[in-house]
Design a protein around this ligand. Structure first.
Ligand code: FES
Ligand SMILES: [Fe+2]
Length: 447
């Protein structure tokens, strides 16, 4: 296994070991995350300086999810969201091109758009009335000649635009970093699993029924690392859901795969994410989907669908089960608070009555009133509560489950599988890869 772990490292699937003496602001990196990230300091979740550095070194650099193309179908449509704490306006401009702007007037900073979504070719600031078009240009200024004179240069006051914006299978991402790799490079090997999850059927996917948005008191990394593949908590945290028969007992068979850049997925085989949850009314649809999957990706890859849970670094997570597919963003709102934006994504080809059924199943399990979401939120907030105090913020948390049991996924499953996998379902390999990526980005800022 030592050799296999080395192989994974060499294949570039693992972020580099955390160097002990690199700086992360006023910290030494080794004080925060040990070399293989099997121990993580509690201050990662409560320290204000680290939170501020995360805004610069992670959220201003990484590709962040900003919406689904089905929310912006018509030219001139828009939505508002945030990239970490920065409010953004995402539009499909007059020519049909996706664009993203800081939702903040260049006069005095007011949000120029307050609606969640809609269609408009102009955005008039509610403070003094400066008006911008969907290309971000400042089109009109009330009393321009009278109050600023004829030399006022409107072209210097365009909206601040994201450096790059792109989409994959309907998911739109943006980044503020002009030096960022392309979206496909950033996602790397993860695109293989996104293909399996989102490019299954003719017609692609749509976001159904808008977003659920709510706030809970937890650091943003806690839910992100949970969705990275924490199967260990399922029988305990979600014990009531199992007892009620909402899902089966966790099977011990499955995989945890990380694919580089801190992205990962995990799934049990034969449990709630598979087989038994396929309802009879879906059968025809599922058979059709299966046939399309096999034709596109082959038998072996098709058998990996639904792909399970996962996190795309830093703060987009998903869950793909036989019942529903949810994507959610853990937007940081301070070191100890997040706003969750959760949505349901369905295949467009799904008949309307089944769309309604899928929505019901999703709402029972996830979203602010879902039983599993409630279970998780309660535990996550208690983590944060326990680390608020002078003593609770001291010491290390343990991530050593499954150390040394990793190797290339292709060795276990054969081609076309990619990434690094473990030979057990319950492992914290994905969380270690996540925190190694965190440390990589956080130390780069101090070089
Ligand atoms: S702040 Fe927008 S017009 Fe003044
Ligand atoms: Fe959970």
């Amino acid at each position: 296994m030592g050799e296999r772990a080395k192989h994974a490292e060499l294949a570039g699937l693992q972020p580099p070991p955390v160097p002990p003496d690199a700086r992360i602001g006023s910290f030494r990196s080794g004080e925060l995350v040990n070399a293989d990230a099997s121990a993580v300091d509690r201050r990662l979740f409560v320290d204000e300086e680290l939170y501020r550095l995360e805004q610069e070194r992670i959220f201003a650099k990484c590709w962040l999810f900003v919406g689904h193309e089905s929310q912006l179908e018509a030219n001139g449509s828009f939505l508002t969201t945030t990239m970490a704490e920065d409010p953004v306006l995402v539009v499909r401009d007059k020519a049909g091109k996706l664009r993203g702007y800081l939702n903040s007037c260049t006069h005095r900073g007011t949000k120029i758009c307050r609606a969640d979504s809609g269609r408009s070719s102009t955005f008039k600031c509610p403070y003094h009335g400066w008006t911008f078009n969907s290309e971000g240009a400042l089109m009109s200024v009330p009393r321009l000649g009278q109050v600023y004179g004829e030399n006022f240069d409107r072209s210097k006051h365009s909206l601040r635009e994201v450096a790059k914006i792109d989409s994959i299978h309907g998911l739109i991402f943006a980044t503020w970093d002009p030096a960022a790799p392309t979206l496909r490079e950033y996602l790397g090997e993860m695109t293989f699993y996104l293909d399996l999850m989102l490019a299954r059927m003719e017609g692609g996917t749509e976001l159904l029924g808008g977003l659920h948005k709510w706030t809970i008191g937890v650091n943003w990394k806690i839910p992100a690392e949970n969705f990275a593949g924490d199967h260990y908590h399922v029988p305990v945290t979600h014990g009531a859901g199992v007892e009620m028969g909402y899902r089966s007992q966790l099977s011990n068979d499955g995989y945890c795969i990380h694919t580089g850049n801190g992205h990962s997925i995990g799934s049990e085989r034969g449990g709630a994410q598979q087989g038994h949850a396929v309802q009879t009314e879906y059968k025809g649809f599922m058979d059709n989907m299966r046939a399309q999957l096999v034709a596109k990706y082959g038998e072996k890859a098709a058998a990996f669908v639904p792909v399970g849970v996962g996190t795309i670094f830093p703060n987009l997570s998903f869950m793909d089960t036989a019942r529903f597919r949810t994507f959610r963003v853990w937007h940081p709102r301070g070191v100890d608070k997040i706003e969750i934006h959760s949505c349901l994504i369905v295949d467009r080809a799904l008949p309307e009555d089944l769309k309604r059924e899928v929505r019901k199943r999703y709402s029972l399990a996830f979203g602010p009133s879902g039983i599993f979401e409630q279970d998780d939120g309660d535990v996550w907030q208690s983590i944060q509560d326990s680390m608020r105090g002078r003593i609770g913020r001291q010491g290390w948390l343990n991530y050593e489950m499954g150390v040394g049991r990793e190797g290339p996924t292709v060795d276990r499953y054969g081609p076309p599988f990619v990434g690094s996998t473990s030979d057990i379902l319950m492992t914290e390999a994905n969380q270690r890869a996540y925190y190694r990526q965190w440390a990589k980005l956080m130390t780069e800022g101090d070089r």
